[in-house]
Design a protein around this ligand. Sequence first.
Ligand code: KG4
Ligand code: ZN
Length: 338
Amino acid sequence: MNILAVESSCDETAVAVVKDGRTVLSDCIASQVALHREYGGVVPEIASRKHIEAIYGLADEALVKAGIQRENIDAVAVTYAPGLIGAVLVGVNFAKAAAMALNKPLIPVHHIKGHIAANYLAYSELEPPFLCLVVSGGHTMLVDVQDYTKMKILGTTLDDAAGECFDKVARVLGMPYPGGAALDRCAKLGDEAKYVLPRSKPGENPYDMSFSGLKTASLNLIHHAQQVGEELDVNSLCAGFSAAVSDTLLPRVKMALDQTGYTKLAVAGGVAANSRIRGDIETLAHEKNILVYLPPLHLCGDNAAMIGAQGYYEFLAGNVADMSLNAYATKSIIGEEM
Ligand code: KG4
Ligand code: ZN
């Protein structure tokens, strides 16, 4: 089954063709990052407009690269939530038009489920159930992936997402948006013991996390150094910050593995590209003798192939939409009523 998949929830316009949920025939992305960089973050209005400009050409490109004709598309999958509402709407409207014109089913896909499904593209043997640590620009959560479409959230950040926090600290350090990857590169050159930053333990649910205290402590440290004219060791601050993020995530992952008894752990989302987190996850996997699934870097960030992968399993579960499909800025991965 060939699925034409569409993703436009933030600042990447993406269209892919995915066969049977596992094989990427094409994966085209038009990134807007350079445009938003001059504003230090995503400008929603600009994002929506650029999605409209890019999406038609990208869809043609995706078909050409896949080496197939429109008639060979069996369904159209699209991110319908969550994301910047104007941006998501562009993809949803395009997908509706494509599904109607091709007379094929329309499959709504939750963006975070898509990130989790990126692992199916990289690891053909991976099947639920497994534990997944989702760390993206907008979300941070520990998910019990019980089935391809049925999931349970064990814990979530109560405030900022890990990626948001990486980007904010990077911005104050003068790194261009989105600064997570640049901060990661600096961290590799620093001494993490030089600046010890807080690891918070919020709320009653031991799986819940918080990153806003870490963000504030990091920003205060930077501003204080600037005010008293003290030279900051930026690499070491980046190392200390990355260590604090990883030390917030890892104990919860460990606890969830112990509680669920799962021997398979996947990581998903843009921050899954972080070298410190990847290293710590590998170490944990070795200690606990479990299988670990880390998507290759090109599948960590936003892309449409992951939407095609999840779309396939949504279709098999009977989750198709009609032309009344709407876009949503926020929606949980559980109880996805439309
Ligand atoms: O999953 P994603 O593409 O967007 C959302 O769905 O939210 O994640 C983007 C996030 C950004 O915050 C970016 O800075 C972060 O992933 N990121 C990283 C790294 N590469 C990307 N954060 C830390 N270390 C990295 N190497
Ligand atoms: Zn994403």
